[in-house]
Design a protein around this ligand. Structure first.
Ligand code: ZN
Length: 228
């Protein structure tokens, strides 16, 4: 019994020293990162896209701001030059699986394969292995928790959803962001959408307005470092 309680005590101590974000069995999940410096992160999912991503990169460069792109491994293989440009211009690339499957339909082994293949594609093209993972549709199940803990990925969800992928009108996207934004937010947008979308038009309005309000755009890894 002495041994058992000693074991329990060491388990409790182990969890007590972990950071606050590590509630889920050692898995680090962030939907925002509180800070008092008005730092926020723009994130773009599902690319790279041969046309949209370069336009978005041009807009980000125009304002000298950094963002995070959660890329799909198969798209990285189709458009390696676009991924390379993302990294060369100081943005961050996160892992968003290889084929963008429904996570709920995957076993742990299936998810690991998806993550591994995407990681390999990103590393091959950019020379950098991603440290952030965003599950498709933001689904966090046990497989995602186990995989991300084993592979030391931070799991990144979002706190502001623009719903740009659903064809949401520009004014609604802008209103949604401007009404809800606060320091530490992670904003979800998409650079690869198959139907028509207003991401780029909205971005052109949102960025200067948020800069006017004193916000600074940083990559998600930087946002995590600056967490209070
Ligand atoms: Zn996605």
């Amino acid at each position: 019994r002495g041994l058992i309680s000693l074991f329990m005590l060491s388990v409790m101590l182990f969890y007590a020293v972990l950071p606050v974000s590590a509630e889920i069995s050692g898995c680090r999940v962030y939907s925002s990162c509180k800070n008092d410096k008005k730092l926020i992160a723009l994130t773009f999912d599902d690319g790279p896209h041969p046309k949209n991503t370069p336009v978005i990169l041009d807009i980000l460069a125009q304002y000298g701001i950094k963002a995070t792109f959660f890329e799909v491994g198969s798209n990285v293989e189709y458009y390696p030059d676009v991924s390379r440009r993302v990294i060369e211009e100081g943005h961050e690339i996160g892992n968003h699986t290889y084929t963008h499957p429904h996570v709920k339909n995957l076993s742990l082994a299936g998810l690991e394969k998806e993550v591994e293949k995407c990681e390999a594609a990103i590393k091959k093209v950019t020379g950098k292995a991603p440290v952030l993972f965003r599950p498709p549709e933001g689904v966090i199940d046990d497989a995602v928790k186990v995989m991300s803990t084993d592979r030391e990925y931070s799991v990144i969800i979002w706190s502001v959803d623009t719903r740009d992928w659903a064809g949401t009108p520009t004014s609604t996207i802008v209103g949604n962001v401007m009404k809800n934004v606060k320091s530490g937010d992670i904003i979800l947008m998409h650079d690869y959408v198959t139907k028509s979308c207003h991401t780029i038009e909205a971005l052109k309005i949102i960025i200067p307005r948020l800069l006017d309000e004193g916000y600074t755009f940083v990559t998600v890894s930087r946002l995590i470092e600056e967490k209070k």
